[in-house]
Write a protein that binds this ligand. Sequence first.
Ligand code: ADP
Length: 734
Amino acid sequence: MGSDISGKPSGATGWASNHAWTVTVVALLVSVMVVVLVWHQMHEQGREQARREFNLLNNNTVAELESRMNDYKQVLRAGAALLESRDETSRETWHRFIERLALPEHYPGFLGVGVSQIITPEALADHEAAVRAEGFPDYQIHPVGDRARYTSIIYLEPFSGRNLAAFGYDMYSDPVRRAAMDLAVSKNAAVLSNAVTLLQEPDADIQSGVLMYLPSYHPDMPLSSVSERWQALRAFVYSPFRMDDLITGTLGALDELVHFEIYDGLVLTDSTRIYRSWQGDETLQPDALQETLLLPLHEQIWTLRFYSTPAFSRAFIQPRESVTLVMGLILSLMLAAIIYTLATRRQRAEMLAEQMTRDLRDTEQALRLNQERHLLAMDSSSMGTWSWNLSTRLITWDVQLAPLFGLKSSDYFDGTPEAFMMLLHPGDRDRVRQELNSAAANRHEYDTEYRVIWPDGTLRYVASRARVMESPGGNDLMMTGTCWDVTEKRRAQVMKQEFVSTISHELRTPLTAISGAMGLLLGGALGSLPDPVQNLIRIANENSKRLLHLINDLLDFEKLDAGKLEFHFENQDARALLINALEVNESVAARHQASLVLRWHPATTVWINVDAMRFQQIMANLISNAAKYSPPEGLITISADVSGGRLIIAVADQGKGIPDAFQGRVFERFAQADSSDTRRVGGTGLGLAICRELISHMGGSIRFDSTDQGTTFYIDLPVVLRIQDSTTLDAQRP
Ligand code: ADP
């Protein structure tokens, strides 16, 4: 038993902890998956959001640059308009015009605004002489050389610092600048040049530069064709831009969220790059957001390439997502820990409960077994206990059992059911074997009596009772019971039966004779008797009849008990039986001033299989009871109906009913509600007890309903056959 109990839980613990681990790991995996999914979703959303932000920032940059360049174009337009509004413009006028615009204030990053005059080779010498005369004795158009067309930067405001280096420079001599100037005339529009190195550049920190040109013409000349425009061209109003200064001046201090590069044109190479917002050695993030935007500017295209910076990622992407991921993972771990704790705790509790239940059951069974053995051992020394193990099929018994079978406790008994059967009377063996097997198979209580033949030939009666239960360890089914000797009881019973039947017979014969003789006397066989004699004989006659009745009842009982009452079953027409009962008992009813009526309801002839005489005995008993307790002029109704294959016969009276307190004992032997009543109406208290026995022998049952308005007894019997009948008759008797 110990090994059982200690063995099972350890397996269960293993299972339990495995189970707990499985649940925990599954929960952990699921929650981590959920966290990762959520994180991924947030990451995607975050990136999408960031991309929108990035896009917005970049578009702003492009828009600001575009708008600033347009502003510069307007300044050039104003300059060109000034030139065209007068025949001659002085250096002073230009100076004041530019000063008035307050360019450094409104457009930081503006390097200057200048006028590059067109000079034909013929006019070159006069031109140089005129400028020198203005107080610039070193003035000379440079680079020096013979060219078909000269241009010279004659004004450049502010006229100071490195701008002075450009004074007198022939921009048309440089191919890049020339291309832009040609385009400006041919398009008659402001044109931005490709990248150049400006003359204003210092020796170190060289930036890329671009120039914007706008042609200015003689006021009254036609400008419809390119050649007309060249004819009319007087000068270019222009502006040089250093890229870094231009961008800083336009966008202000950069906020470090986005890096960008500007390329001159659509080809992105180191040589076409004119601007980079960050210092050369800073490397870009591998997963930086990138975007390329084109900015068409005054016949030029700038390509802007944007890159998000770590600052951008910090501001728009990482913080929220990483917090979610870390918190999610921490929560998952906590959840797993909680689930593991709960799972193991619940399983521990379940295991503990199971263990306790098992222990309790074992203890209970051991106790019950002990108690039973103990009680039986104490009860009688001619009692013994036995156990039949239904798994091993072996019987064990205690030492007190052997004497019941005429054996000594030292005698060998091999415990097989066959060996046990050999101890029984051959006539009982099959029955007992059957009873044992059926009780074992159905786990019924086993309760029987059998005859035992002792080795010396003595016949004994043994009673045995047993129950099927689990063995204390719970592994086996056991039938455990007791045996005791009932030989003496049997003998007493037989003696009593013999005594009662002898006495009854001995009494019945003379009593019948006495009763018959008195009947003759009362009937006037010896002539009329004097009234007092007649009265005494009537009393004697009634009492002898009662005595006879009692004896008959007693005899019936003894026969029923001993199983000796014989039944002659025959199929009977139930209605005919009832009509007969009515006829036979009508005088009994009349004696109590009651009348009888039969109500037959079935539309068929109903056949029942009964002993007609015993059936009539039952009916007589019920009708006589009804009559006895009926009020004067009471009606006794006998009705019959078929329901569910059974014939239900009801005998109803209008008496004051059976007292509530007595109703539970009506069918007990010698039971009568009230002795005074009995004296008045007569009876033995055996009638209903006999009725119940007889009815059950005929396969039926009896019950009753009783109120203070009357009592109805119902008997029901199985119907064996019904034959359709055209008429429904209520056989009725007054
Ligand atoms: P008895 O021979 O005394 O009538 P029964 O066994 O027939 O014995 O009846 C037992 C008792 O049940 C009766 O003594 C009576 O108290 C009660 N009893 C039986 N039938 C009726 C009835 N129809 N109305 C009232 N009481 C009844």
